[in-house]
Write a protein that binds this ligand. Structure first.
Ligand code: AMP
Length: 178
């Protein structure tokens, strides 16, 4: 069982890096949790408990830190793992979804044949900030005809209100809220 203690333990292992990648951003560095064998396990345990009874077919991990948590979660759930990647990385035919950044746009891609229509999918990333990335991931999965059951994060920055950007009927799950 995930307890308040395990949430606090993981939180204590997250490192703040000021002014990275640009001035004014407080970067939540999760490498300091990953290198801790208990910290990493507690995160995967938390996510597994949330979804083990939900008949999840696929975990879609967002490049690149979403792969680290998403792959381990897929393994634990006995689900498939599907990478959502930056443009130009996937070798097969792809679907694309563009999204807005503070300055300019970015794009996520998925293999066209990665997920069958009607399948139940959970999106995973390390952190929910404004919700632009995860919102685009939801729209991308929906292009395949699959159902996005939930979007799961290790960290949520509540002030940026990313939850509000998630489409209706998508549960938002986060382990640690700042
Ligand atoms: P957003 O699209 O604004 O929700 O941003 C989420 C994406 O940007 C995630 O893939 C995060 O890894 C990354 N990100 C945004 N803000 C931070 C932050 N303060 N610390 C670490 N990663 C961040």
């Amino acid at each position: 069982m995930t307890t308040i203690n395990s949430v606090e333990f993981v939180k204590s292992k997250i490192r703040d890096i000021l002014d990275f990648p640009v001035k004014g951003i407080v970067f939540k560095d999760i490498t300091t949790v990953l290198r801790d064998k208990e910290g990493y396990r507690e995160i995967i345990k938390f996510l597994t408990e949330k979804f083990q009874d939900k008949n999840i077919d696929y975990i879609a991990g967002i490049e690149s830190r979403g792969f680290i948590f998403g792959a381990a979660l897929a393994y634990e759930l006995g689900a498939g793992f599907v990478p959502l990647r930056k443009p130009g990385k996937l070798p097969g035919e792809t679907l694309s979804q563009e999204y807005q950044l503070e300055y300019g746009t970015d794009t996520l891609q998925i293999h066209k044949d990665a997920i069958e229509a009607g399948k139940r999918v959970v999106i995973v990333d390390d952190l929910l900030a404004t919700g632009g990335t995860a919102g685009a991931a939801c729209n991308l999965i929906r292009q395949t005809g699959a159902e996005v059951v939930a979007a799961a994060f290790v960290i949520e920055l509540q002030d940026l209100n990313g939850r509000a950007k998630m489409p209706e009927n998508v549960e938002t799950v986060s382990m640690i809220v700042y």
